[in-house]
Design a protein around this ligand. Structure first.
Ligand code: NDP
Length: 293
């Protein structure tokens, strides 16, 4: 089995972007992170994104609002960012507090600054196979891993486990689109899928994004399949300093015995998400500056 090293591939992308940004003259790409509240995971994700941006030469700004901010107030703040020409990309860190409708907020981000790719306009453009679409970062990262690992997709059977808007559905669209990577015959599975193992065993490329620790066992995988594990799950582990370890949605040890290529967790899809956010920011900058000139 060949391990797909997401750390290595994301570092290559970050190096490529660093070179690209260093060659830009004038103003540099700029992204604003919007965080509501102090959720520790959100704090950590946003900090990480800021550090990677700085390494590349992308300017990043962080706006933090208290948990009690109303949806209307948050929308007003985003309107201000939408109208600010010095802001090329906007990322609203999820999850938002329960009194705020994330969909309304994501749809309010100007589509041309929507570096997270969650705006309905960008999801629609993805359906239209429009290259100008901002593709959500995790799905874009998965396809980039597939491309750089030279996994053949043409005419292959891809099975996507999970139908979320942030992972499963966009991945399915990307795998089915015309082109390379693409041209797959795609099946999407979810919690109501009957006889799941029969479906997953048909996959030449299996993408697991369900959030269930080590759910995909070897008897659910076709020998020789490429397996992309998106899941990030904590399982108790008293031997670890933090008392837990991270595992994917795939039982790595047994599936790695039969897969041809496979992503580990951690170190597979995870690092690609931040790299793709940076790529989307540079894309937003280029689209904005080309629109001005
Ligand atoms: P969601 O909870 O939004 O969606 C999970 C999907 O899996 C749903 O479509 C659900 O079906 C399906 N599902 C759940 N249980 C089963 C089951 N037993 N059999 C078949 N299908 C099932 O999760 P996300 O898409 O947001 O995330 C999925 C995983 O990926 C999580 O572990 C998350 O942490 C990780 N993730 C990793 C990222 C990264 O950067 N590496 C980024 C984003 C997510 P139904 O629709 O019927 O409920």
């Amino acid at each position: 089995m060949e391990l797909i090293d997401g750390n290595l591939i994301s570092r290559q992308i970050i190096e490529e972007l660093t070179l690209e940004v260093s060659n830009l003259v004038g103003i540099k790409p700029s992204v604003t992170f919007v965080r509501v509240g102090e959720d520790p995971a959100s704090v950590s994700y946003v900090n990480k994104k800021g550090k990677v941006a700085a390494r590349i030469g992308i300017e990043s700004n962080l706006m933090v609002f208290p948990e009690i901010i109303t949806q209307e107030e948050l929308i007003n703040e985003i309107t201000t960012l939408n109208e600010d020409p010095s802001v090329h990309g906007i990322l609203v860190q999820a999850p938002l507090p329960s009194h705020i409708d994330e969909r309304v907020v994501f749809n309010h981000v100007l589509p041309t600054k929507d570096v997270d790719g969650f705006n309905a306009a960008n999801l629609g453009r993805l359906c239209q196979e429009d290259d100008d679409a901002f593709v959500a970062c995790t799905p874009a990262g998965i396809v980039e891993l597939i491309k750089r690992s030279k996994i053949e997709t043409e005419g292959k059977r891809a099975v996507i486990l999970g139908r979320s808007l942030i992972v499963g559905k966009p991945v399915a669209l990307l795998m089915a689109k015309k082109g390379n990577p693409g041209n797959c015959t795609v099946t999407i599975c979810h919690s109501r899928t009957r006889d799941l193992a029969t479906v997953t065993r048909e996959a030449d490329i299996l993408v697991a994004a369900i959030g269930r620790a080590e759910f995909v066992k070897a008897d659910m995988v076709k020998p020789g399949a490429a397996v992309i594990d998106v899941g990030i799950n904590r399982v108790e582990d008293a031997s670890r300093p933090r008392g837990y370890r991270l595992v994917g949605d795939v039982a790595f040890d047994e599936v790695s015995e039969i897969a041809s290529q496979m992503t580990p967790v951690p170190g597979g899809v995870g690092p690609m998400t931040v790299a793709m956010l940076m790529r989307n920011t540079v894309k937003a900058y280029l689209m904005a500056t080309q629109a001005i000139t």
